[in-house]
Write a protein that binds this ligand. Structure first.
Ligand code: XIL
Length: 356
């Protein structure tokens, strides 16, 4: 990307607070300054980042000027924080955390336990079940303690329930630690840091009734036993048409009734679920804008103490996990390939500022 262009984008993203001399830089045709989300949102607005991408000035510039919260897209998962033998690998996560601190961004930890990120040293653990549990507890204690001053919240466990049945997934954690393992994961995390906020994070809890029931039954059970849980991450991997806003509102209300903080985590809005588009059309882009705006408005309607954050699962469309995962061209995020805010960005801003 042309240097002058990148420089303008940085300043544009930082309209509030960009210094005068920077704004006098000639703007490329068609680009307009825009308002940073972090300057107007009454709650943290986050983005998933990969530390390797922060070396590009334009990338890190937009991240730090637009957002005030970060989540590691993968570098704080078990399979990345440890090698196959269980030795810790800290540098990528440390780099990300240093970046966030330098730019006054909140850090959400994702995720202590996830069946899809089980390292070999646990998958093939040779000791007894009690030793397995000790190893998991030590892992949690080490990681949570290391980032105690920096990470405000952790996804303690990600995606523990099966689609369709809501049964506990038959992960190595479930097999080795028994059916009450989730409760103990929350206890171990709380023991390592009395102040960090503890989240359960999952997808499908909006449209999959069995999974949703299991999740709330788990929450009710933890709460009835005095086991700490502070909030739920509602993975917002949705499309421009599905699920209905009403269903999203209902599940958020059920969280509020339980006193849980709500993290709209992992947000992206697919606009090509049928694979009919080869390029993003204006019409689809406007539908995406409307969708983003209505969800942000519903979040704004929640009582303040329950609005933990909204986190976007990536910065620019071409970097999104959606493309590999679904195998279609996709444009699910707020920024296009040129780091330009899309109509969806305007829709988000409008909802945050009450102009929607
Ligand atoms: C994905 C990341 O986006 C990818 O970069 C990584 O390779 C695999 O994981 N639900 C989650 C996230 O909780 O951690 C996943 O992130 C996307 C689905």
């Amino acid at each position: 990307m042309h240097l002058k262009y990148s420089f303008f984008i940085l300043c544009a993203a930082f309209m509030v607070g960009c210094n005068e001399s920077a704004v006098t830089e000639e703007s490329p045709e068609g680009t307009q300054p825009y308002t940073a989300l972090r300057s107007v949102a009454p709650f943290p607005v986050g983005v998933a980042v990969q530390s390797g991408r922060l070396g590009a000035a334009v990338h890190s510039g937009v991240v730090r000027t637009v957002f005030n919260s970060v989540t590691a897209e993968y570098e704080m998962k078990m399979q990345h924080l440890t090698d196959a033998s269980g030795n810790f690998i800290w540098s990528p996560a440390d780099a990300l955390i240093a970046f966030a601190k330098e730019h006054d961004m909140q850090i959400h930890g994702h995720t202590l336990v996830w069946h899809q990120s089980t390292p070999a040293w646990l998958a093939n653990f040779g000791g007894t079940d009690a030793e397995f549990e000790d190893a998991v507890r030590d892992y949690i204690t080490t990681v949570v303690t290391r980032y105690k001053e920096d990470v405000v919240s952790w996804d303690v466990i990600n995606e523990a329930f099966e689609d369709g049945t809501g049964a506990l997934r038959n992960s190595v954690f479930r097999r080795r630690m028994g059916p009450d393992y989730i409760a103990r994961l929350f206890q171990y995390t709380r023991a390592a840091d009395p102040d960090v906020l503890l989240f359960y994070n999952d997808y499908g809890t909006i449209w999959d009734a069995a999974k949703r029931d299991s999740m709330f039954a788990m929450v009710d059970d933890l709460q009835s036993r005095g086991i700490p849980i502070d909030g739920i991450g509602l993975q917002m991997h949705i499309t421009h048409t599905f699920p209905a806003l009403q269903n999203i509102v209902e599940v958020m209300d059920a969280m509020v009734q339980r006193g849980l903080k709500i993290h709209i985590s992992e947000m992206d809005v697919r606009v090509n679920p049928e694979g009919d588009l080869l390029v993003l059309t204006d019409a689809r882009s406007q539908l995406q804008k409307k969708r983003v705006s209505e969800i942000a408005a519903a979040f704004m309607d929640l009582p303040e103490e329950y609005r933990f954050a909204i986190t976007w699962w990536g910065l620019r469309d071409p970097e999104s996990w959606l493309i590999d995962f679904w195998g279609n061209p996709e444009w699910g995020l707020l920024f296009n390939a040129e780091y330009q805010p899309k109509p969806a960005y305007e829709g988000f801003l409008e909802a945050l500022t009450g102009r929607g």
